[in-house]
Structure formats: C-alpha cells, structure tokens
Design a protein around this ligand. Structure first.
Ligand SMILES: NC(=O)c1ccc[n+]([C@@H]2O[C@H](COP(=O)([O-])OP(=O)(O)OC[C@H]3O[C@@H](n4cnc5c(N)ncnc54)[C@H](O)[C@@H]3O)[C@@H](O)[C@H]2O)c1
Length: 473
C-alpha cells in the first residue's frame, strides 16, 4: 500500500520503517530539513536500537521529504499523523502541530480515497476536529467540497522508546477506532502482516517465542482515543503505587523488591511496572496524565487517582535529593555525579527526564553536579546547556572527586562498571541506586556504601558501616 507518514519522530519514523520493511511504499515527511537530510543519508536522527539496520533493509520502499507537494499525498491510501502533541503549562495538549499537519494534508488530497490516521496521542474528539480541518483546507484550496473521499481513524501508538521496533512488529494489540467501515478495511489490510505474524522476522529482532496472531480492537473513535490515555495513566499509577509502598517499606525495614515480587506473582496484578525507583519520565506519561485530567475537567470531572499518581511521581525526584541530604548532611559545595540522563535506558530522549529535575534540585541546594550518559550527552549539551550540569564523556570523569553517585538510568553498561576502580576516584564512596539496579553486594565488597530505594538503609548494621566511611566533611 502507499503510505505517507506526517511527522518523522520516535513514533513516525519507527512506524514508517516498520511498514516499509513489511513491503508497503512509505514516504516519511517532516518539517525539519536536518532530520530528512540525515535520513536520506541512511542515518537515524534519533537513537533507537535496530532502527538504522532496518532503515537500510527497507531502503527501497522508503522515501523522505520536507515537502508536502512531493510526499505523494494525492496517491496515498493511508496517511498517518504522528506529529508531537506537547503540553501547555496548564496541562492541556498543544495541538498546533496536529492542526498544521491536518490542514496541509487537506490542501494536498487528490481524487483517491485515503484513510487519515491519527497516531499522535490526541484528546477525545480530535478525530472529528481533524476531519473538519481537512475538509475546510481542501475546500478553500479547491473551491469545492471533498465529499467522502477520505475517512478518519484513530490508531493510538503503544510503543516504548528503547524497544520501539520490537513493539511495532510484535505489539500486544492494535487498536483502531473509526466510524467508517472503509477505514477499518484499509487498516486491516495495512496491518495484516503484523496481525498474522507471517512476515520474516529481521535477524536482529527475532519474533518472541510463542508469539503469534495479534489481537485487534476495533472500536469507535472516542474509545480508541481514550484507550491510549487510560493505558498510559494506568501504567503511570502502577509505578507510582509501588513507589508509595517503597516509602513505607523503607520506614518499616521491609524490602520493596521482595514486596514487588510477592504481589507481582498474583496474576491479577502482574509483575511488570512494579519496580520502585525515582519514578517515570519521558515524553508520554507526564503529558498524557495531565491531558487526561484536563479533558476530564472540561466535563467537570476530577481524576483523583491519576492526580495522585502524578504527585507521587514528582515527589520521588525531590525525595532522592532529600535522601542524599540525609546521608551527607550538607549538600552545599558537594560534588554529586549522576549516572544516566535519559529518562530510561536505550534512548536519547530527555523529555521530562527525572535526571534534569534532580540535577536542578541539587544545583539549587548548592551542589556541583556532573553527569554521564552513554547516548544522551549530545542532546543534553544541545538542549540543556544552561542546566548547571557538567556533562562528562566518561563515567570516570563524572565520578572523579564525587562525594556521592546517583544511578538514574538503567543503562546495561552501568551494571558492568568496575566499582573497585571507580571508588578510588571518588572522594566519598557513597552510591544511591535510584533504580535498585546495581549489584549491592559487589558495590559493598568494593568498599562503597550502597543506598537503594525502599530497602531500609537505616538498619543498625548500615549505620555502623556508614560510620566507618569517611564522608569528606
Ligand atoms: N515517543 C513515544 O514513546 C510515544 C509513544 C506513543 C505515542 N506517542 C505519541 O506520538 C506522537 C509523536 O510523538 P514522538 O515522540 O514521535 O514526537 P517527536 O517530537 O519525536 O516527533 C514529532 C515530529 O513531527 C514533526 N512535525 C511537527 N509538525 C509537523 C508538520 N506540520 N508536518 C510534518 N512534520 C511535523 C516534528 O518536526 C517531529 O520530527 C505524540 O502525540 C506522542 O504523544 C509517543
């Protein structure tokens, strides 16, 4: 099928490359020339495992452009809108990119029937709004109505950055919402290889064992739009819930990792998204929970559970700093090293990254902050130059003279660090593992004082050990 993807970011590019790999003819359109130039040169503008390899394999089915005229919208059977939907300060979604994309599509539609698919996460009712923008743009350009030569569908995206291609080729489900049966037919055909799982898996992304046909949920537009928000809010509150319990676990001398195991084995609860730590971040959970609350507000509804999940999450970021203060007593003038800047491993995305809030809090309290990240340093230097953080190219550089290290991101490489060597570079051998990710015993045998999350560091044995550690005061 002929497909145009409008907005070539984490979602659009992944979708475009995956559909091209499955045999569709895909044109990816973006307004940023540097992104398109990079893609034309075979280089992904974002860090996403496997993306460049699949880009090379699907090359013959892919085109990239910055021009709507050159994107082949007139001939397209499916046009995805996957532009960003950031939030305004009050939590409402900023839909200006969706508006621009819809109007530009409307101006370029031809005679062929096309399905316009909202893949961006948009508030309930946006499908209707996009339809009216397309109709109006077509009419004002052509001086006549477009009739029913297009249909609108909502097809929310559930991929996770860091495993975006895997999630696109092997999703848990595909959700399509539309009032128009033609849209459902076209999208069923588009996604058939994924639904049936009858495509040859890329050698570097094997099909998970036991994984077969993918369920498709076909529904009305509003339900599809709400499914996306409800799913993200649920995941966000699951993490916040375990973080709330972690706070209590720490007070009562319990271990949150054992608690998560004990409750996660209950099939009604499930083990995933029960890892205590410094909480969620990224481009979606924060803005989508805010949008859900703001949408509910339009109907005079409150969302107390979602609001609490947000409050608990953002409290975790300050809590980390308070925990460090509890150990160091004074933060002013101290050097603190952050391991990881990206909001999660395997991505260079810094949107709503906990590391940035934690660094800001530390800087405000007078600390010197150094930070390392395996792939997000370039973005950090470009977009957060004024954050008061010293960006370090190596872990050694970051931890040199540090009086504490905070592990922020679960980068697999951080598990392989040689703490014998690192502890000798540090001024005080104190590590706060913000994700309960490092091997506690290994760090302790290297002479480090280890603090986790929700794991009762205040036990008498720990206090005794701490007394032996020079805190460099
Ligand atoms: N990133 C994720 O993990 C994820 C997961 C699920 C859903 N989503 C949703 O998908 C949408 C896209 O997210 P993203 O992370 O890919 O965003 P992104 O910022 O990485 O990419 C958006 C792209 O759209 C381009 N763009 C903006 N206006 C345009 C226009 N008028 N025409 C053409 N291109 C235009 C931008 O230049 C940018 O490259 C958002 O609504 C987001 O909430 C994101």
């Amino acid at each position: 099928m002929k497909v145009v993807i409008v907005g070539t970011g984490y979602v659009g590019l992944t979708t475009g490359v995956a559909l091209a790999y499955l045999g569709h003819q895909v044109t990816c359109l973006d307004v940023l020339p540097e992104k398109i130039d990079s893609l034309k040169a075979g280089k992904s503008p974002i860090y996403e495992p496997g993306l460049e390899e699949l880009l090379a394999q699907a090359e013959k089915n892919l085109e990239f452009t910055v021009q709507y005229e050159a994107a082949g919208i007139q001939a397209a059977e499916v046009i995805f809108i996957s532009v960003g939907t950031p939030q305004f300060a009050d939590g409402t979604p900023d839909l200006r990119y969706v508006r621009e994309a819809a109007e530009s599509i409307g101006r370029h539609l031809g005679d062929r029937f096309a399905v316009i698919v909202n893949k961006s996460t948009v508030p309930i009712g946006s499908g209707n709004w996009v339809g009216s923008l397309v109709r109006e743009a077509y009419r004002s350009k052509n001086g006549q109505k477009i009739d029913d030569r297009f249909a609108i569908a909502s097809n929310p995206e559930f991929l996770r950055e860091g495993s975006a291609l895997h999630d696109t080729l092997y999703p848990d489900r595909i959700v399509i919402g539309s009032a128009d049966p033609r849209a459902l037919n076209v999208l069923t055909t588009l996604y058939r290889p994924i639904l049936n799982q009858d495509f040859p898996a890329p050698e570097f992304l094997p099909r998970p064992e036991g994984y077969s046909a993918v369920p498709m949920v076909t529904t009305d537009q509003a339900s599809a739009e709400l499914i996306k928000y409800a799913a993200n809010a649920f995941l966000a509150l699951k993490i916040s819930y375990i973080n709330e319990i972690a706070q209590l676990a720490e007070k009562v001398g319990a271990d949150i990792t054992q608690i998560a195991k004990g409750i996660g084995l209950d099939a009604r609860i499930g083990a995933r998204f029960l890892k205590a730590g410094i909480g969620w971040g990224g481009s979606c959970f924060g803005k989508d929970t805010a949008a859900l609350i703001s949408t509910a507000g339009e109907y005079r509804l409150e969302m107390p559970i979602v609001s609490a999940a947000r409050a608990v999450n953002y409290r975790q970021r300050v809590w980390v700093v308070d925990k460090l203060l509890g150990q160091l007593k004074i933060l002013k003038g101290r050097t603190i090293a952050l391991l990881g800047l990206a909001f999660k491993e395997n991505t260079d995305d810094l949107r709503d990254a906990p590391a940035l809030d934690i660094a800001r809090e530390l800087v405000q309290r007078g600390a010197r902050v150094k930070a390392h990240d395996p792939v997000a340093l370039e973005n950090a230097r470009q977009y957060h130059a004024g954050a008061g953080i010293e960006y370090c190219d190596t872990v050694e550089e970051a931890v040199a003279e540090a009086e504490a290290v905070i592990l922020i991101t679960e980068w697999p490489d951080y598990r392989k660090l040689d703490w014998e060597v690192l502890s000798r570079l540090m001024k005080t051998p104190l590590v706060l593992d913000g994700r309960n990710f490092l091997a506690q015993e290994q760090l302790e045998s290297a002479g480090l004082h280890y603090l986790g999350v929700g794991r009762s560091d205040g036990q008498p044995a720990m206090v005794g050990r701490l007394a032996a550690v020079p805190l460099g005061e």
